[in-house]
Write a protein that binds this ligand. Sequence first.
Ligand code: 2P0
Length: 339
Amino acid sequence: MFQQTCIAPVNIAVIKYWGKRDEELILPINDSLSMTLSTDQMCAKTTASASSNFKENVMWLNGEKVAFDENPRSARCLKEIKRIASAKGQPKFPLNLKLHICSENNFPTAAGLASSAAGYACLVYTLACLYGVEDEELTQIARQGSGSACRSLDGGFVHWKKGDNPNGSDSLAHQVISPSSWSNMRVLILVVNDSKKKTSSTKGMRLCVETSELINHRAEKIVPQRIENITKAIKTKNFTDFAEITMKDSNQFHAIALDTFPPCIYMNDVSHSIAEFVHRYNELAGETKVAYTFDAGPNACLYLEEENVAGVVAGLKLAFPNDNAGNVEYVKGIPINGQ
Ligand code: 2P0
């Protein structure tokens, strides 16, 4: 039996990916940029085994058997890895051996907490190690599992370029700065609700591309400049500019989600109260100390520098006591991935 186990981190976008120009190859309509979190507290862990005793490819996700060959995304990731392994010659074992794959997330799946990003990044990386193709360009394969997964294969801040080629060969993710370049950056995750979201990201963005009159304006006229500006803010560690762009981009993503017909509503009243708290906190502090961003769910991700964590957490605990039903469940301090 041949076996490999790997872990992969979550990433949280500050410039959001929303909308595909090619559903099958998972090619986005705009660039996106994210920060990779430490694997200490939130990660996916995958073990893949190949054996001549296995009769079929089988996958378990968080203990539940899920489709593998019937799922076009996981099947495509495996096909691509095998294609590279075969092209390299001398595969470690016969490529026709069947696989058993076991994957677990140590955080809520599909609650807008980037579970598919960590999950597919982990699946692709584990398969790549199993078949001995670590040195290949893997972000292109992870992207075909779940778009945001391509940003989880590197640490620090990562930029996924939409690319222009119809075959996706230039739709790749690259590191902008290493984790150590902004080592006091932190993220707090505020879990407002960990139940499965109503509209999946895949479905939500498809509907959005089909019906929103604002989405193309965002993709063509807004995002390119934002990517340039936030890259500069990240490279110069300008927290004020970084925070403003991050919050505006989160708000714009939720605005185009609302412009979908029927609308996709991911934030709830508690989410909006958290955003309000952040603006008020910064106003009272007289400077920008914290930024929010919300993905396709109600949970909040707050970006802030280490020296402001204690103050912000104290304020949050006063504003959102854990014992109130419907309020924030818990708060985690998560450092940037140190790998
Ligand atoms: C992001 N999200 O940039 C944005 C912001 C959610 C909100 O990437 O269809 O699960 O598998 O490519 O990667 C969620 O999208 O969607 C996502 P698919 P994915 O993080």
